[in-house]
Design a protein around this ligand. Structure first.
Ligand SMILES: [Zn+2]
Ligand SMILES: [Zn+2]
Length: 248
């Protein structure tokens, strides 16, 4: 029995490229034992990349159908990537990945991971030009993600560093960055939930290492945190990206 699995998979029901069936077929070709889908939960204030209310229902019924059809060949799970500010319940899924994609600033939802330009613009607009203040607000929100979403898995812990390869936006060794990140990590470790070792940004060529970055990964490990490897797949050709190198 092959141990390969991925629990962070997006399909055409949100912002992924492929149908769930195509992803299941790819998983079989690649020798997966388990494939977990994790559509983006609905966020009413920004529907650009999440599942619409209607797609959420369609998604759940299609995954249920595939589960039956492929039973005995591969274990299929119907999960959700629950955004911190989602307005739909995470109940009724096989598992929940809890993720923060927005922070609240002056009553507005500010995207964390849209682009480097928007990050800088948002820091300017809402945090007096201070990226560290933006990051601190992000980690304050992340610290509460299990409490808020009931997550089984903690999604891309340091997503705020998505566009920070080479330290182009801020210094990831600066205590102003590390302190709030470590405080969030300690709080989340206590929940006993595993953190993702998430290869999404590496697969897209944005980062050279998975989330969380090496210093935070070490900090989490040293303090008793556990990891689960995921590819954060949006494209079936990258379904096992990072999975192989971590389990071999
Ligand atoms: Zn995410
Ligand atoms: Zn995702």
């Amino acid at each position: 029995m092959n141990a390969k699995s991925n629990l962070h998979t997006h399909s055409v029901y949100c912002d992924g490229k492929d149908t769930p069936r195509r992803l299941v077929e790819t998983a079989l070709e690649k020798g997966f034992g388990t494939l977990g889908f994790s559509g983006h939960s609905h966020t009413a204030f920004d529907e650009s990349w999440c599942m619409s209310r209607e797609n959420t229902l369609l998604y759940r019924s299609e995954i249920a159908r595939l589960k039956e059809e492929y039973s005995g060949r591969i274990r299929i799970l119907c999960g959700v990537e629950q955004d911190y500010y989602s307005d739909m319940s995470p109940e009724g899924y096989d598992y929940v990945i809890g993720s923060v994609h927005y922070v609240m600033a002056r009553g507005l939802f500010v995207p964390v991971d849209e682009s480097a330009e928007l990050q800088l613009e948002s820091a300017e607009k809402y945090f007096c030009g201070d990226m560290y203040a933006f990051a601190a607000e992000y980690f304050r929100t992340v610290a509460d993600v299990v409490n808020r979403t009931g997550a089984d898995i903690i999604g891309h812990f340091d997503l705020i560093a998505k566009f920070n390869e080479g330290g182009r936006l801020f210094d990831e060794t600066d205590p102003r960055y590390l302190r709030p990140a470590e405080a969030a990590a300690l709080k989340l470790i206590k929940t006993g939930r595993p953190f993702e070792l998430n290869y999404g940004a590496v697969a897209r060529g944005l980062r050279s290492e998975p989330y969380p970055s090496a210093p935070l990964r070490r900090f989490i490990e040293d303090n008793g945190g556990r990891f689960i490897v995921t590819s954060d797949c949006h494209d079936s050709t990258l379904l096992d990206f990072g999975i192989d190198r971590e389990i071999s």
